[in-house]
Design a protein around this ligand. Structure first.
Ligand SMILES: [Zn+2]
Ligand SMILES: [Zn+2]
Length: 360
C-alpha cells in the first residue's frame, strides 16, 4: 500500500481529514495518469454522505489518513482512455461508491459488482495499482469507465449527485423485492434523512402507499406535504405503533442510530420483508417472536451494481426524481459535516466543488 505510485503524475487540489478530529482542510495530492480504461472527470459537485462523516472521524477504526471523502460525484469528462467506449469528452457523468472490483467473479459477471469481495471503494480503498483511493472532495477524478454512469440531460448535476449513493442504496432493494412493479403495495420507511427522502420519491413515483416511521413528530407535516408521504408513524409512540401492526408489505430501514427491530417487524404483514440499509454501529436487537409469528424476513442490501445504477439514473431522468439538497461552498464543508452529525439538513448537503452554483 502506498499513497502514490509512479503512475501518479497528476496534481490535484482537494479537501481531506487528517486525524480523528474529522476537520477537513485543503489538501494537494496526486492522482494516476489517465489510463486506457480511465476517464478523467472535472468534478462539479459532490454530495456529503453520512459515511463521509464516519470515515473523517474514524468512527469505524479503518480510516487511512489523510482521507479525501466523497462518493456522490458528478461532473464532466475531460479525458478518455483508448479502450473506453460509450463515453466522450464533455459528457455529464457520475461516480458513486465503487472504484474497482475483480471483474471475474460471479457477482462481477452478473452486474452485481457491489457484492464482489474484491470491491474497492472510491475513497479509503486500495486501487489495482496499490494506491489509496481519494474521493470527490477534489477538483478532478480519474475513474475506470466501468464504474461511471451517464447523467440524463434533464437532471441538474447538483441534485443528481446524491442519487449515486443514497439513491441507488434505496432503489436496489425496492427493485429486488418487486416493490417497483407492485403499485398499491404498502411501503414503510424508517428514518427520513438522505436515504429516506429519496425512497419516498421512488415509492410515490411507482404508485406505492408510503408510510414514514420516525422518532421526530416534527417531520410529519413536511413528510406529507412536501414529499407526498401518505402516512406517518411516530415510532416512540406505542399507541401509534400498535394501531399499525400488520399493515405494511415492505420496510426499508434507513436509520443509522441504534435501534431494536422488534417493534418495526410487528408493522409488517405476514410474509413481509424488512431490508436494512442504514448502518448502526452496534448490533441491532432482534427478538424472535415478531419474526416467527409473522413469518417475516430481514435482509441487508448495499448499493447496487453498475448496470442497475445507470438504470436508476435513467428512471430518475424519466420521472424527474432528484434529491432535495442544500448546496455548500468548499469552505463550508466542516459546518456541513457538523450539521449533518445533528441531522440538521433537508435532506442532503452537496459541495459546489467547481463554484458553478451561482452560474447555473
Ligand atoms: Zn454514501
Ligand atoms: Zn468480482
Amino acid at each position: 500500500m502506498a499513497q502514490t505510485t509512479p503512475n501518479h503524475t497528476q496534481t490535484v487540489s482537494g479537501w481531506a481529514a487528517h486525524d480523528s478530529s474529522g476537520k477537513i482542510t485543503p489538501y494537494v495530492f496526486k492522482r494516476r495518469a489517465n489510463g486506457v480504461n480511465d476517464l478523467t472527470i472535472e468534478i462539479f459537485y459532490c454530495g456529503i454522505c453520512h459515511t463521509d462523516l464516519h470515515y473523517a472521524r474514524n468512527d469505524w477504526g479503518i480510516t487511512m489518513y489523510p482521507v479525501v471523502p466523497g462518493h456522490e460525484i458528478t461532473g464532466v469528462i475531460t479525458k478518455i482512455g483508448s479502450n473506453v467506449r460509450g463515453f466522450k469528452v464533455g459528457d455529464r457523468v457520475g461516480v458513486g461508491c465503487l472504484a474497482a472490483s475483480c471483474l471475474e467473479c460471479e457477482f462481477c459477471k452478473s452486474s452485481q459488482e457491489n457484492y464482489c469481495d474484491q470491491t474497492q471503494f472510491t475513497y479509503n480503498g486500495i486501487f489495482w495499482d496499490g494506491s489509496i483511493t481519494y474521493g470527490g472532495y477534489s477538483k478532478f477524478l480519474v475513474a475506470d469507465h466501468r464504474y461511471v454512469v451517464h447523467i440524463p440531460d434533464n437532471l441538474p448535476l447538483d441534485a443528481a449527485a446524491p442519487l449515486l449513493c443514497a439513491g441507488i442504496t434505496v432503489y436496489s432493494p425496492m427493485k429486488e423485492n418487486k416493490m417497483l412493479e407492485s403499485p398499491g403495495k404498502k411501503l414503510g420507511i424508517i428514518g427520513l434523512g438522505g436515504l429516506g427522502h429519496i425512497a419516498v420519491k421512488f415509492g410515490k413515483a411507482f404508485g406505492l402507499h408510503v408510510t414514514i416511521i420516525s422518532t421526530s413528530p416534527s417531520k410529519e407535516k413536511e413528510a406529507k406535504q412536501r414529499l407526498g408521504a401518505d402516512d406517518f408513524i411516530v415510532s416512540t409512540h406505542p399507541k401509534q405503533m400498535e394501531a399499525k401492526k400488520r399493515t405494511l408489505d415492505f420496510i426499508l430501514d434507513t436509520a443509522s442510530a441504534n435501534h431494536s427491530l422488534g417493534n418495526y417487524l410487528e408493522l409488517l404483514k405476514v410474509n413481509g420483508t424488512l431490508v436494512v440499509v442504514g448502518a448502526p454501529d452496534k448490533p441491532m436487537e432482534l427478538p424472535s417472536f415478531p419474526l416467527i409469528f409473522g413469518k417475516r424476513t430481514i435482509k441487508g442490501s448495499i448499493l447496487g451494481g453498475m448496470k442497475e445504477t445507470q438504470e436508476m439514473m435513467d428512471v430518475c431522468g424519466q420521472r424527474n426524481i432528484k434529491s432535495d439538497i442544500e448546496v455548500v461552498k468548499t469552505d463550508q464543508i466542516n459546518q456541513a459535516l457538523d450539521r449533518l452529525s445533528r441531522n440538521d439538513v433537508r435532506y442532503r448537503f452537496v459541495i459546489d466543488i467547481a463554484c458553478k452554483s451561482a452560474k447555473m
